[in-house]
Design a protein around this ligand. Structure first.
Ligand SMILES: NC(=O)c1ccc[n+]([C@@H]2O[C@H](COP(=O)([O-])OP(=O)(O)OC[C@H]3O[C@@H](n4cnc5c(N)ncnc54)[C@H](O)[C@@H]3O)[C@@H](O)[C@H]2O)c1
Ligand SMILES: O=C(O)C[C@H](O)C(=O)O
Length: 337
């Protein structure tokens, strides 16, 4: 009898659908997922890619490269231009593909254009995804796109839908670590509230360094107001300005962190941030996707309860929530919700 070491035991492949697979986030994401970064070195993955017809050939090129990596964990990869087929059997849906804003386009037009993408994808999730589906919406405006997808999937528990604010969370961790002069791994209990936009509220009030709250380098209100918050909330725009294209590798990394922690659980004594459908937590109106501090024990995300918010924090969160409410109103007014 051959006794195999535990590390070679295989589980059933996890089916992961990635939309916008030929784009720059797709290119930074797929190879890491296929290498096991999302579900670890013992879990095979099956990738189902979705692209628009014009980008199918480019997606096929990505598949050729995936094949050339000979990833032991990659159980299969296919590309589709039909959301129903791409999302068939998916346990994880990473909705990246979105309509980018073009010159002269109003934000309200962008919202409407994206509704035309995320409504059918929501319906496809409802009708074809696996029962354990988890959805993370990345394409912008991510919070409202998540609401559109979720509202078209009435048979899927709303808690299975999220929008990505982990990139903002990671950006904030990095800025805190730089300020204190330590590695980001020592920083815990940071929160991103609100919209994935420049109105978001990165919140340091509960941060611990090596388990200790109240680090003196983080108590400087001027630094928080004039440097930390604008740096984190404006980082997406800064990347576009400096790199000439929007963030891709860091976005892909955040997607992996988000799904890994959702499915595998967050670290003890810590939390992360994700945009979830509000059930009224912290006074955020129900029925919008808002970023909260969250934990997971491997099932659904749970909003961290009972955090103290001072008047300034409440005001900042309210301003970001107002923006999300406005976005919802735009899509509602056009009959898209
Ligand atoms: N939430 C976040 O933290 C975060 C971070 C970075 C970027 N983003 C957003 O992610 C999105 C994608 O960014 P990118 O840099 O990969 O863009 P990209 O333009 O490089 O790629 C987008 C891809 O989506 C595809 N696509 C468009 N409509 C589609 C549809 N209906 N179905 C399937 N695919 C479709 C396009 O063909 C393209 O290949 C953008 O909206 C961007 O603003 C979000
Ligand atoms: O694509 C963008 O507009 C920016 C992106 O959401 C980011 O946070 O990097």
């Amino acid at each position: 009898m051959t006794v195999r070491p535990a590390t070679t035991l295989r589980r059933e492949p996890v089916t992961i659908t990635v939309t916008g697979a030929a784009g720059q986030i797709g290119y930074a994401l797929l190879f890491r997922v296929a290498a096991g970064a999302m579900f670890g070195p013992e879990v095979p993955v099956r990738l189902r890619l979705l692209e628009v017809p014009d980008a199918l050939r480019a997606a096929e090129g990505v598949i050729l490269e995936l094949e050339d990596c000979a990833f032991p964990l990659l159980a299969g990869v296919e590309v589709f231009d039909d959301a129903n087929r791409a999302l068939d059997g998916a346990s994880v849906a990473v909705l990246v593909g979105a309509r980018p804003r073009t010159a002269g386009m109003e934000r309200s037009d962008l919202l409407a254009a994206n509704a035309g993408i995320f409504a059918p994808q929501g319906r496809a999730i409802n009708d074809h995804a696996a029962e354990d589906i988890r959805v993370v919406v990345v394409g912008n405006p991510a919070n409202t796109n998540a609401l559109i997808a979720q509202s078209h999937a009435p048979d899927v528990p709303a808690a299975r839908f999220s929008a990505l604010t982990r990139l903002d969370h990671n950006r904030a961790l990095a800025q805190v670590a730089k300020r204190v002069g330590i590695d980001p791994g020592h920083v815990r209990r940071l929160s991103i509230w609100g919209n994935h936009s420049s109105t978001q509220y990165p919140d340091l009030s509960n941060v611990t360094i090596d388990g200790v709250a109240g680090h003196p380098r983080l108590a400087d209100e001027t630094w928080i107001r004039d440097e930390f918050i604008p740096r984190v909330a404006g980082r997406g725009a800064e990347i576009i300005e400096v790199r000439g294209r929007s963030s891709a590798a860091s976005a892909a990394n955040a997607i992996i962190d988000h799904v890994r922690d959702w499915a595998g659980g967050t670290a003890p004594d810590d939390w992360t941030s994700a945009a979830l459908l509000s059930r009224g937590e912290y006074g955020v109106p129900e029925g919008i996707f808002c970023s909260f501090p969250v934990v997971s024990a491997g099932q659904d995300w749970q909003v961290v309860p009972d955090l103290e918010l001072d008047a300034g924090a409440r005001k900042s969160i309210a301003a970001s929530v107002d923006e999300i409410l406005w976005e919802r109103q735009v899509v509602q007014a056009r009959g898209l919700l």
